[in-house]
Design a protein around this ligand. Structure first.
Ligand SMILES: NC(=O)C1=CN([C@@H]2O[C@H](COP(=O)(O)OP(=O)(O)OC[C@H]3O[C@@H](n4cnc5c(N)ncnc54)[C@H](OP(=O)(O)O)[C@@H]3O)[C@@H](O)[C@H]2O)C=CC1
Ligand SMILES: O=C1OC[C@@H](O)[C@H](O)[C@H]1O
Length: 420
């Protein structure tokens, strides 16, 4: 009963956080587009941050922009994205535009001297990523800050998870990201090739990112990559689901299965195979480690193996659980095994974590905003970060996966050659 109350209180505070009094020189953010993700990823987290004010928004349709601004208490509405970027009172731009517009509008904002919090996936492909993250503007003294918003990495649960094993000991990783069919309609930006859509660009980008983090390296080979295309009448260059296996330099392998229109998975498949799939709705990954001990006890060979399952690694603030499963096997003439499971949940940094800030109810996005502001304020040695070279390597792995699957790379923005 107490646990349920605690859980509901945490959920409530994620959506209705206490409002912090703002500092006099708080950073003023402007949002490009009245995007669905903006409240969750910036507007709500900003409320509890004393150094952040969401000051302006621009949308293509001014009625939509006005309604959005009214709903979320944003004082200024600009008629165009260019007007927002040109606003001298704005310090930081949040870019949640469709993937295919990330490059162009981020570069415009950087050129106007704004710091940019850029939604994932950072851009459409590795060509854009190199052009953006290695742009000379980012090497100038007092260069603006640019961050690909891989929010899940900023949460203490993910960072704790990474302490549970050494990358070189990882033998197998399995990532399962399924979203019930029907959540996103077929006309959603996620299924639009010209806007750099595709499941690999969406759910898949987390899967790719997580395996890169777990192995601490890039894959040496893509062993296979296949996809399920959109239904007839829709863009066949779009992967509705993507399945890939990778080999890493330590000999370990990773399998990813990502589906934005997931169906079936129930009994009586002949009847249920087209039913929207509800029973795998938490993105989950499992990591199998190589056997860690080999010894002889009473004439029996003892070996111990660990497996860690992380339920809901993408949205740990709502609920998550790490199952650390240790299997000890004694083998001689017969084989006997013992299994032990330890459960972990982490919502806050431990006290020994270098004074990093956080509350149990902070969402991944709130932890991310904390670090973004730290960087803008010059506090760069503080904690988790996603650097530009990492974002480039991420797009390289996505490109290579598309090529292996037989799908084309997502289109490169004309702004790359024009350099605006
Ligand atoms: N971090 C996370 O957890 C999540 C991140 N995302 C990422 O955020 C971005 C936006 O996703 P989401 O909020 O779901 O998408 P939405 O479709 O809700 O928002 C995209 C915005 O882009 C603008 N836009 C500009 N040009 C176009 C165009 N040609 N077609 C469609 N929209 C256009 C629209 O703004 P206007 O208001 O001006 O019309 C719209 O509000 C994506 O990159 C996605 O990957 C998405 C969900 C979760
Ligand atoms: O970033 C994301 O996280 C949640 C998903 O539902 C969404 O499709 C994706 O864009």
């Amino acid at each position: 009963m107490f646990a349920l109350f605690h859980y509901l209180k945490r959920l409530y505070k994620i959506f209705k956080p206490p409002v912090a009094p703002k500092s006099t020189d708080a950073l003023r953010f402007g949002i490009l587009g009245a995007a669905n993700i903006a409240p969750m990823a910036l507007i709500i987290p900003a409320r509890s941050h004393p150094d952040v004010i969401v000051a302006a928004v621009a949308a293509r349709d001014s009625t939509k922009a006005e309604a959005f601004a009214k709903k979320y208490g944003i004082p200024v509405v600009h008629k165009t994205y260019d007007d927002l970027i040109a606003d001298p009172t704005i310090d930081c731009i949040y870019n949640p535009l469709p993937n295919g517009l990330h490059y162009e509008w981020t570069l415009k904002a950087l050129k106007a001297g704004k710091h940019v919090l850029l939604e994932k996936p950072s851009v459409s492909n590795a060509t854009e990523a190199k052009s953006l993250f290695r742009h000379p503007i980012l090497s100038e003294p007092d260069a603006p800050v640019l961050l690909e918003a891989f929010h899940y990495r900023f949460h203490p649960a993910w960072q704790f998870f990474l302490t549970l094993f050494k990358p070189e000991d990882v033998e197998e990783v399995d990532v399962q990201n399924h979203l019930m069919a029907g959540v996103f309609p077929h006309h959603d930006i996620r299924f639009n090739y010209s806007l750099a859509g595709g499941t690999l660009m969406d759910f898949g980008t987390y899967a790719v990112n997580s395996v890169r983090q777990i192995f601490g390296s890039e894959p040496s080979t893509i062993k296979s990559a296949t996809y399920r295309p959109m239904p007839d009448g829709h863009d066949k260059q779009i992967d509705q689901a993507i399945y890939a296996t990778y080999e890493f330099p330590n000999g370990g392998t990773a399998k990813i299965e990502c589906d934005l229109q997931s169906r079936g998975g129930y009994w009586f498949p002949w009847l249920t195979k087209n039913w929207p799939r509800l029973n795998a709705f938490l993105p989950t990954l499992s990591v199998k480690l190589r056997p860690t001990e080999e010894s002889v006890v009473n004439g029996l060979r003892k070996s111990t193996r660990k497996m860690i399952v992380f339920h809901n690694y993408m949205g740990p603030m709502f609920y998550h659980r790490m199952d650390i499963i240790t299997t000890t096997e004694f083998s001689g003439e017969s084989v006997k095994s013992e299994k032990k499971i330890q459960y972990e949940k982490v919502y806050k940094w431990s006290k020994s974590n270098g004074g990093k800030k956080g509350e149990e109810w902070w969402a991944t996005y709130r932890y991310q905003l904390e670090e973004f502001v730290n960087w803008v304020r010059g506090r760069k040695d503080h904690g988790v970060w996603v650097d530009g070279e990492d974002s480039i390597r991420q797009m390289e792995m996505i490109d290579q996966t598309y090529l292996k699957s037989g799908l084309p790379l997502r289109p490169t923005s004309k702004a790359v050659d024009g350099d605006m």
